[in-house]
Design a protein around this ligand. Structure first.
Ligand code: NAD
Length: 551
């Protein structure tokens, strides 16, 4: 048996595997567990409640060992965080194929999942935890920034200056919220029960200050709002208590959302439970804990609806808190919308989504060079340029230096090919890993999040992410994954990921061209099929073939 120990990806150009495609998978697996990157690396937990990179330490060691010896025509198979086979394939095939947390429909409940997990048969892979392309809080930062920018455009004249946003959850993903709000000029009040989460965000410059009390927090918030000065404030406490209290105090809140780990009722602290007791209590009495967490979520959501009734802009930030509150019997849980139908779907229609990349050299200068390449490639895109500049100034790298920016169909392939050229001509010191979140335009079926309220009612149709994974395998991605339950919890989503390595070779250029065209192409065709005019226009303009529209 092997146990927890610090893990960090090697940097530089010395290979420990037989080629860069394998080396990239190895370093990204290790990078996911870097203590700078992962929320609880000793438990192999990367982010998002219990999202893990490997099932157990023995599996981790076996994956490292196998990747080091894997040939250019072999593929390692990973079943929920454990390597289960190596098959001879061919050079165009992915080096790793991953299936995480998948369960047959009638068995797809948290209870059954936990039973199987306790037997050591499965693990929760979240989205990019078990598919090794998590890049720290930055990974979600641009999406969060874009979402708050869309809120600003919809309700507040294009800027959040002079507004106060109330939210909770300063974890791996939720920790992006304060910086995304201040980048949009606003004030953020952020609640978390874990003092470590607050400290970590302050340390990484995602959060500005911590308030001593609710009154202190409101005083700081209103002063900054009145001066139209961006400020983010952390408050220690339980959101299920503090959000209703703020409503009762008639706090002047303009925008309300939440990113606690509500998708997993064992990761949401119920009212009346100390944070220090949370893990033991959840492990000892999961059913009782779940019931109490759901009741607390109902109080939390009821207060969010109260803010909406009082005129605030309120949205679900993709954590299933409405569904959990409804399970506890709160009838108005779905009174406010999810963020995808409210703000993001038009971007999905263009095949836009969270394109991200990491520098295997470990040198931040490589990312700064790729930033410059993005600015040069898309000079007409002002919001992209603003984002790249702000990210360059304000984003603290966690683990291997990385960047994210939302790019659409016809853009991602250009960026990928440019990066590959820069590796080939020595502008970059080592290869670049190019991937994305599973939260993308054509890679998810998730009726409480990415596919909520689809125009044709196809929210729960899960053929799309499966086709997406198959297309990426067929197109030459370096590793491809199919997961269940990411973001919103077991039983509620199926999603796929791909990562493709720009190692500077002509073969990589060919693969990148296909993968980074076809992958966002899935987003365009998915939305054409669902009846979105915007997607049909994009398909017609950019020659995306949709047989049912051809005569
Ligand atoms: P995480 O587990 O790293 O962090 C969750 C945080 O919530 C922790 O810091 C925890 O202390 C805090 N928390 C738990 N119960 C609380 C309570 N009652 N009151 C206050 N704080 C409480 O999770 P994460 O990676 O930050 O993800 C958060 C949620 O957001 C998940 O449900 C995830 O699926 C969802 N998510 C949304 C998006 C998106 O784009 N909208 C993306 C990724 C994740």
């Amino acid at each position: 048996m092997t146990g927890p120990r610090p893990v960090r990806a090697p940097r530089g150009t010395e290979l420990s595997a037989l080629g860069w495609q394998q080396e990239a998978a190895l370093r990204m697996l290790q990078n996911n567990l870097d203590p700078e990157v992962a929320e609880h690396p000793d438990k192999l937990v990367v982010y998002g409640g219990t999202g893990k990179a490997a099932r157990d330490w023995n599996s981790f060691d076996a994956m490292v060992r196998t990747l080091r010896g894997l040939k250019q025509d072999e593929t390692m198979l990973v079943q929920s965080g454990r390597p289960v086979g190596v098959m001879q394939t061919h050079e165009w095939a992915p080096r790793v194929l991953i299936a995480n947390s998948n369960l047959v429909g009638d068995w797809a409940t948290w209870e059954e999942f936990r039973r199987l997990e306790a037997l050591g048969l499965t693990m929760y892979g979240q989205m990019t935890a078990g598919s090794w392309i998590y890049i720290g809080t930055q990974g979600i930062l641009q999406g969060t920034y874009e979402t708050f920018a869309a809120v600003a455009a919809k309700r507040f004249g294009g800027s959040l200056a002079g507004t106060i946003t109330l939210t909770a959850g300063l974890g791996g993903m939720g920790g992006a919220q304060p910086l995304a709000v201040t980048m949009n000029g606003g004030v953020a009040l952020c609640i978390d029960v874990d003092p470590r989460a607050i400290e970590r965000r302050i340390e990484h410059r995602y959060l500005d200050v911590r308030a001593d009390s609710l009154d202190h927090a409101l005083q700081l918030a209103t002063e900054a709002r009145d001066a139209r000065r961006p400020l983010s404030i952390g408050i220690l406490g339980n959101a299920a208590e503090l959000v209703p209290q703020l409503l009762a105090m008639q706090a002047p809140i303009d925008i309300v959302t939440d990113q606690t780990s509500a998708h997993d009722p064992l990761a949401y602290l119920p009212i009346g439970v100390e944070h220090a007791e949370m893990a033991d209590y959840a492990a000892a009495k999961p059913a009782e804990f779940t019931q109490r967490a759901r009741e607390s979520m109902a109080r939390h959501v009821e207060a969010m609806v109260g803010f909406q009734d009082a005129g605030a802009e309120v949205f679900d930030y993709g954590n299933s808190i409405r569904g959990e509150a409804q399970l506890a019997g709160y009838e108005r849980a779905f009174a406010f919308p999810g963020f995808v139908p409210a703000y993001i779907r038009p971007l999905f229609c263009e095949g836009k989504g969270p394109f991200r990349w990491a520098a295997l050299s470990g040198d931040p200068a490589d990312i700064h060079r790729t930033d410059k390449a993005i600015l040069d490639l898309f000079p007409e895109n002002e919001s992209l340029a603003r984002w790249i500049r702000l990210a360059g100034e304000r984003v603290h790298f966690q683990g291997l230096p990385a960047r994210i920016c939302w790019l659409g169909y016809g853009e991602r392939d250009k960026a990928g090919e440019r990066f590959n050229e820069m590796v080939a001509d020595g502008t970059l010191k080592a290869p670049i890993v190019i991937g994305r979140d599973h939260l993308d335009c054509g890679s998810v079926a998730s009726p409480y999040r990415e596919t909520e309220a689809m125009l044709d009612g196809s929210d729960a149709i899960a053929d799309w992410p499966l086709l997406n994974a198959m297309v990426n395998v067929a197109s030459g991605a370096s590793w491809v994954s199919i997961h269940h339950g990411g973001g919103v919890g077991i039983g509620r989503s199926i999603h796929a990921g791909q990562v493709t390595v720009a190692d500077g070779t002509p073969l990589a250029a060919e693969k990148i061209r296909r993968v980074l065209t076809n992958d966002p192409g899935m987003g365009v065709i998915r939305h054409v099929d669902a009846g979105y005019d915007k997607a049909a226009e994009i398909a017609a303009d950019r020659d995306v073939r949709v047989p049912m529209r051809e005569s």
